[in-house]
Design a protein around this ligand. Structure first.
Ligand code: DUC
Ligand code: ZN
Ligand code: ZN
Length: 466
């Protein structure tokens, strides 16, 4: 099918300019000066809209078994919600549990996703146990499976935790095979001591989840990860869900020193706070229990994170989409905050929430597109197939209406959650039309996509490495 998108303003890494975009089949075929495209083809009028590459959410957890339950979005419900929000690619985390064969964990993730996704998907691999076998498996996944990034945890002892020796070995392997090490940087051993002490004092409310995970323990782990990567001869390192000013200082210092260190943040750390959300009365705050935790609004985390996005010390905004319903799931932690499943759902709202930063004068239009699409594609080996409006790229295209408005609510969202972390938020801007590999999947607020349209994307190495 041939489709011409006319009258819009293309936004991408090379700037913002009026252009008509020709789509042939699943690919972008050409860009024309306005009015320069062929006649007699199906046309979408994008007048007054931004034409941007489909969003890439580089951090999701569909169906993750965690905290005694499973994340409530399946690949079906979660990728459909992603499409509604202008995200046309997700990179989810396949899981190797401690004692499990890495390839078995990956096969289980393929089985969950295959035939169920509405948009394209790729995988990172969580290593829950670093040993001789999993180190060997890293080479095989990079060479044969299109998986070029591995997540390790300095938190969650007894679940996903790796000690410093394991981390160093995985980093040395990544240095050799070109993979990216993604790090959950929180000192989980120290956090567990604080958690036990808080519970012994009778401090059981959700806010204590945040108070027992102080930013010093995120900054310390971030620093340690950076130094371990240095010992591993500057292994590429990507800090996930960075939430705190002091952790950002560590990343900025490493980047100033020319190191292969990158980081992402998430909308929850740009908008929500420990006091207002996690500290909501009664058990309500459980909705916002996630790790790393929301930070204090009395400090300057929001300001510093937006600045980090401008300066590229923070390269990407991902969601860490890990939804749990309040009823029966978050409620597992009634009377004990440490039993609340960790996670916030937001895959549907990232494109809008970061656009609000443009409206508020905190980010340029181009930086918006970079942080939600182009940089994730480059960081994780999907560029230029994804992340750019250019001939030869997949026709993953979002028409974004700056004059529209988005109101976020559980009443209207499409994620499989019984609450919204952003209930009542109003965004000046709106996802208007979403195209995934040449197929219109969302238009006029209605869904036209289908389960099974989304394909697995084998990835190459990061474009940011020399
Ligand atoms: N943090 C969360 O909040 N949920 C899933 C895993 C993680 O690291
Ligand atoms: Zn994590
Ligand atoms: Zn995560």
């Amino acid at each position: 099918m041939t489709l011409l998108i006319t009258g819009g303003t293309v936004v991408g890494p090379s700037g913002t300019y009026p252009a008509d975009v020709l789509v042939e089949g699943e690919k972008i075929a050409a860009l024309f000066a306005p009015g320069g495209g062929p006649d007699g083809v199906e046309t979408i009028d994008a007048t007054g809209r931004y034409v941007i590459p489909g969003g890439i959410d580089a951090h999701t957890h569909m169906e993750l078994p965690f905290g005694g339950t499973n994340a409530s979005d399946t690949f079906d419900t979660g990728t459909r919600a992603a499409a509604f929000g202008g995200t046309t690619t997700i990179i989810d985390f396949a899981v190797q549990r401690t004692g499990e064969v890495v390839q078995d964990g990956l096969a289980a993730w393929h089985a969950k996703a295959e035939g169920n996704c509405h948009v394209d998907y790729a995988f990172h691999m969580i290593l829950g146990g670093v040993d001789d076998d999993s180190l060997k498996a890293m080479d095989q996944l990079v060479a044969d499976e299109g998986i070029s990034s591995f997540k390790l945890f300095m938190a969650y002892p007894g679940v996903f935790y790796s000690d410093d020796g394991q981390i160093l070995r995985a980093m040395q392997k990544a240095r050799d095979n070109g993979a990216m090490i993604m790090m959950h940087a929180e000192n989980g051993i120290a956090i567990d001591v604080l958690v036990q002490q808080a519970l012994a004092r009778g401090e059981t409310d959700p806010i204590h989840h945040g108070l027992t995970r102080p930013q010093a323990l995120e900054a310390e782990a971030t620093h340690r990860a950076i130094r371990l990567a240095e010992v591993a001869q500057d292994c590429p390192l990507y800090i996930v869900h960075l939430s705190a000013s002091q952790a950002l200082e560590q990343v900025a210092a490493a980047r100033d020193a020319g190191r292969n260190v990158f980081a992402e943040t998430c909308p929850q750390y740009l908008y929500l706070t420990l006091e207002d959300q996690l500290g909501a009365p009664g058990f309500e705050g459980a909705k916002w229990v996630c790790s790393t935790p929301l930070r204090s609004g009395r400090e300057h985390h929001h300001r510093d994170l937006w600045k980090g996005l401008r300066s590229n010390d923070l390269a990407i905004v991902s969601t860490d989409h890990c939804p749990f319903c309040f009823k029966d799931q978050k409620e597992l932690g009634l009377g004990d905050f440490s039993k609340i499943p960790n996670g916030i759902g937001g895959v549907e709202h990232r494109v809008d929430l970061v656009y609000q930063g443009v409206v508020d004068g905190k980010l340029s239009l181009e930086r918006w597109v970079e942080t939600i699409s182009t940089t994730p594609a480059r960081m994780f080996g999907l560029y230029p197939r994804k992340g750019v409006i250019a001939p030869g790229s997949d026709a993953d295209i979002v028409l974004y209406d700056p004059a529209g408005r988005t109101r976020i609510s559980v009443e209207t969202h499409h994620m499989n959650m019984d609450h919204s972390a952003y209930e009542g938020y109003e965004i000046a801007g709106k996802v208007d039309t979403v195209i995934s590999r040449g197929t219109v999947v969302v238009a006029d607020g209605a869904y036209h996509g289908r389960r099974g349209h989304g394909r697995y994307l084998p990835r190459s190495l990061s474009s940011y490495l020399v």
